[in-house]
Ligand binder design. Structure first.
Ligand code: PRP
Length: 210
């Protein structure tokens, strides 16, 4: 049987994930000195580094057993897996944001919203009973209102620096976001003992990190 395989989100969550594994007593040398290698040993486990949405795809299809991914990606893309732990890092929030001083909720025109998260944006405006036009953007969403493409954005805000430096402000907070641990449903049944051991170690290391 192959080792338990862990899918890690590249980028912002990567450093904290490595710190967490180190606290778990796992040898992260290969993960730290990874070069261009894609599957890396981490103690007795195997780790892969992937884009956030792909972490969910690998877990849902069962080619990885355990994943670390942001709640933002989960609410936008995920359905069929177990979400088992809030890691308490990678904390930020979903927010509606727009140009400083703009009265977003005023007027009767259908507002245009740029976002990387159309599902989250749609659900948010539906809950307000507001009809909006959603425009999907892949990155640097803050550009859209600056270029006149949208009236506002729905995006994640961490320090607020990107908004501030571009003359934008939070209009309303939507929901908090942090890194979560997800587990493939079949793995949870078939490799329960190994996964529970891993999760117990992780829970302990998480406390030690804080
Ligand atoms: C995220 C998000 C904001 C920024 C918020 O983008 O989409 O642009 O971080 O962080 P801040 O509040 O600390 O400024 P990311 O850097 O992940 O890249 P992207 O915009 O290309 O998606």
């Amino acid at each position: 049987m192959r080792p338990i395989r862990i899918a890690l989100t590249k980028g912002r969550l990567e450093k904290m994930s490595v710190q967490l594994f180190t606290k778990m007593g796992l040898d992260c040398t290969a993960l730290i000195e990874k070069g261009r290698k894609l599957i890396l040993p981490v103690g007795p486990y195997e780790a892969v580094l992937a884009k956030a949405a792909d972490v969910i795809t690998y877990i849902e299809h069962g080619v990885c057993d355990v994943g670390i991914v942001g709640k933002d990606t989960i609410v936008e893309n995920g359905t069929s897996f177990y979400e088992v732990m809030d890691l308490g890092f990678g904390c930020c929030r979903f927010a509606l944001a727009g140009p400083e001083g703009q009265n977003f909720f005023g007027g009767h025109n259908v507002k245009r919203i740029a976002t990387k998260y159309p599902k989250v944006a749609r659900a948010y405006f539906e809950s307000k009973g507001m009809d909006v036009q959603i425009i999907k953007i892949e990155g640097s969403v803050e550009l859209a209102p600056l270029l006149g493409l949208s009236d506002a954005i729905v995006d994640i805000v961490e320090t607020g620096t990107t908004l501030r430096e571009n003359g934008l402000e939070v209009i309303e907070e939507i929901m908090p976001v942090s890194a979560r641990v997800i587990v493939n449903m079949a793995s949870m049944k078939l490799r329960r003992e190994e996964i529970e051991t891993f999760l117990a170690q992780m829970e302990q290391a998480k406390e030690a990190l804080q």
